[in-house]
Each structure stands twice: as structure tokens, then as C-alpha cells.
Write a protein that binds this ligand. Sequence first.
Ligand code: R2B
Ligand code: URA
Length: 281
Amino acid sequence: MQKIDYLYDFGLKLDDITTHKFKGIKYVIMQGSAHRAQSLATKIATKLLDIDETYFTPVNLFQNCRFDAYRVKDILCVSHGMGTISIINLLSSLTKLMHLAGNQDLEYIRVGTSGGIGVDMGSIIITDIAYTPELNPEYKIVILGKTHYFKTTMDKDLNQRIYDAQPQNLPFKIYTGGSIAADDFYRGQARFDGVTKLSYDKSERFEYFKKITEKGIYNFEMESTALAAFCSHAKIPATMVATTLINRLNGDQITATPEMLQQFADNAQQVVINYLLNCSK
Ligand code: R2B
Ligand code: URA
């Protein structure tokens, strides 16, 4: 008899019926919003299983409004919310669920949006190392009042497999490099268009951006350190594939049209779908 347990954030009782629903998952693909996770699941179903999307609406397998999960074959598309705090909770509960469902040899990929630093908007960044805003390759958690540091390297082999699965003629560039998981969208990413009084000026920001580019870092976002640290600690190959909505060397405001933003988001999903298609051959 399995011990009864609850996954509060998913609204799930961990009994045999629940674990059966999640048995056989190999790829966990994470996106910020529930809407994007659902749209990715629909695209995967049309591309991998040749299902006509007119007749297919992915069903949310979670029963709490915090996160959503949609299954297509051995792929689970999940929403992770915003920031390291949100994704680390998702990762903890989800990994417990995957473990109890008997799933091994998992791969976790976050498909995200980000602000590029020195690259054309619409480019894709595959993260090799995630950095704190102080530009350290680490993620820190305070446990019982003591600070613990975890390393934040993404899985090199998974990155290579994703890169190798791409066709030659993609209409956007792909870079592999560092990402910064910032504490917020405004001051944490050195913006001047927030609401708070600022403690930095343009020349200090210039110096910060210079250091960033010298370190081989290509984008700002808000989850990569937690993802890399959790997964390398749990020995789950993981990475992040993020589109860039802006080149931060040219400004702070995201001014791309809704059509362009959709295209940029599609670029990142396309890269991951190309990888999944290659895996299913
Ligand atoms: C990218 O976009 C969000 C902020 O707008 C955040 O979740 C991230 O990492
Ligand atoms: N997400 C971020 O965190 N920053 C940006 O500039 C764009 C998307």
C-alpha cells in the first residue's frame, strides 16, 4: 500500500490513481504561464502525434490554480510562475511526483522569455551557466538560519543535443552562454523605467553590462539559478532555452509588436520541439 501524501501546490492526493496519470513521463517542459504551457502541449500534439488541433484541447492535470500541467505522450508541459521562489517550489513538488510515479531518466527544460544583452531580439539563448545578479555561478538558500550555496551549471550534453537537433536554416540565431536570474524585472535588471527612486546611473550600468558581456552572459531572466541548482543537486539533466524580447544595450522598454512577441516566443518553442521530434525518431 502506498503511503498517502498530498502535493498542496498541485492540489493532488498522491495515491495510485494520481501516480498512474504521470507514469512514463520523460521530458518536463516548463513555461512561465499556464497559457504558454497549454499552447506548447497543443503544438507538440500536432507535430509529434499528427493530431488535428481543432479536435484537441489539452487537459490540466493539476487541481490547484497555482501551476498547470498538460501531458502529451511522455512529455509534460508545466507552468512555473515567475521567479526563483516560484520555480523552486514547482520543481520540488514535481520531482516528488515524478519519483513516486516511477519515472527515471528525466530531462527538464525551461522554455522562457528574457531580455537579451548584446544580441538581436528574437535570438535564442541556451544557458550553460546561470548567474546571480552579483555575477556568481551559484544559488543560495537559507536553511535554519545558515546560507547554503549550490552550483548552477546546466547539463552540457543536453545543451549539445538540443543544438544538434536544429536545422541549418533557422531564421534566428542561437547562442549558448550565461544567463542572469535577476530578483525582479526593473532594478534587478538595471532598468531606468521602473517606479522606484534609483541608486545607480547610466555609467554604473554601462560598467555592469560590460562585465556581463565579458563573462559570456547573454540574457536576464528570473528563474535559471534555481532550475540549474535544483536539477544538478537532484542529478536531473536540465537547461533553459529562452527567447530574447529586447536587446538591453538599446533600451529598457519592450516595444516589439504583439505579433513580433508571439514570433519570438514561438522561436523558443520551435527549438525545443525540434529537439523533441529528434528524440522521438
Ligand atoms: C522572464 O520573463 C518574466 C519576467 O517578465 C520572468 O518569469 C522571466 O524569467
Ligand atoms: N523577461 C525578463 O526577465 N526581462 C526582460 O527584459 C524580458 C523578459
